[in-house]
Design a protein around this ligand. Structure first.
Ligand SMILES: Nc1nc2c(ncn2[C@@H]2O[C@H](COP(=O)(O)OP(=O)(O)OP(=O)(O)O)[C@@H](O)[C@H]2O)c(=O)[nH]1
Ligand SMILES: [Mg+2]
Ligand SMILES: [Zn+2]
Length: 322
């Protein structure tokens, strides 16, 4: 039997050397391995291929190798991707997903709470890597009885609405808000990201009950998630579209930008920065800074400005380009 060539398959899962691929819009995942040539490509990435990658390759003639894995021979150029620092090899980066049409940072209205610093870092990273991003405030059903969280949740929504982001309020438990989310997901590959325990997998299951992804209650003692999902994996939704469910994210990094560029990714800061006295104002200690004035007047939330300053001082994951 001849080798059967395939083109433009999408990676739906990647674990070590093995990938699952499908020829979208068909959903019939099959297993493939990277060709030796691709595995040896010496760049700064720990994984040459990631979920969302488009690849060419061929299927083995039946019976030639055990398991009859297909082989990936080429990874197509990416329209975008997100990376994180590799945990052990600090100079290497790990691609978490590629060719993302939309990213959602999922937050819990109650517990676990995502630090603003994390949210802002995620938003900046998405924009810097040209991934459109929205926020999802999940578990809003719990605000019924968890009164203490109401004003906190409203404040959070307010901050990001004012910054110009879309904030969807939903409940994976009751289904509230999911019709409009479901509409937005159609025809796209979307990434569900966020810290462990905010309900990424529960949300996916609610959007498509056939998925049956593993979920787990948060720890009662620490009010944190249990890192239940351990792989990035794309799933096909019956209602249309594809979502990439992901493990609870712990950190981001690698801002490939200059310090001057950072404020471009804080929309409400960027909007007033043209009125600063100095060209190239970093909005830290410069005189006549329009950004600081706006913060003092309450036009820019202090939390956002503080996170901007934090990122300016500590890009976490390296240095700014100079
Ligand atoms: N009340 C309520 N609980 C929810 C909601 N969504 C998720 N949960 C609960 O939150 C807990 C964590 O949900 P998961 O879906 O496992 O969270 P995850 O974000 O996938 O977590 P990791 O896979 O660890 O990153 C589970 O007990 C869910 O039942 C919601 O809308 N309302
Ligand atoms: Mg999960
Ligand atoms: Zn300024």
């Amino acid at each position: 039997m001849e080798q059967q060539v395939f083109q433009n398959a999408t990676v739906v899962k990647q674990t070590g050397a093995l990938c699952r691929l499908t020829l979208l819009p068909r959903w019939e995942p099959f297993t493939a391995i990277l060709s030796g040539k691709l595995r040896l490509r010496g760049d700064k990435l720990t994984n040459p291929v990631a979920v969302g990658d488009r690849v060419h390759g061929y299927r083995q003639p039946a019976g030639k190798y055990p398991g009859e894995h297909a082989v990936i021979t080429e990874i197509l150029p990416r329209k975008n991707y997100l990376i994180r620092k590799s945990a052990n090899l600090s100079r290497q980066a790990h691609i978490i997903a590629a060719n993302i049409d939309w990213a959602y940072v999922i937050l819990s209205a109650t517990e676990p709470q995502t630090p603003y610093q994390f949210i802002d870092r995620f938003l900046v990273t998405c924009q810097a890597y040209r991934v459109p991003v929205s926020l999802i405030l999940n578990k809003t059903d719990e605000l019924e009885w968890a009164e203490g969280y109401r004003s906190q949740a409203a404040h959070c929504r307010d901050i990001y609405l004012r910054a110009g982001y879309e904030v969807l309020e939903v409940s994976a438990r009751t289904g509230m808000g999911l019709d409009s989310l479901s509409q937005s997901l159609k025809g796209r590959i979307s990434l569900f990201s966020g810290i462990s325990g905010v309900g990424k997998s529960t949300l996916a299951n609610r959007l498509d009950p056939l998925l049956q992804l593993k979920t787990a209650p948060i720890s009662r003692a620490h009010l944190t998630g249990k890192h239940t999902t351990t792989f990035y994996e794309m799933h096909s939704l019956l209602s249309g579209g594809y979502i990439i469910d992901s493990p609870g994210i712990k950190g981001f990094g690698l801002l490939e930008m200059t310090k001057e560029e950072l404020c471009h990714y804080f929309p409400e800061i960027f909007a007033v920065s043209s009125s600063c006295r100095f060209n190239g104002c970093l909005h830290a200690e410069e005189p006549d800074c329009a950004v600081r004035e706006a913060v003092e007047k309450g036009l820019i939330p202090a939390e956002r400005y503080e996170n901007y300053l934090r990122l300016l001082e500590d890009p976490e994951g390296g240095k700014y380009r100079t």
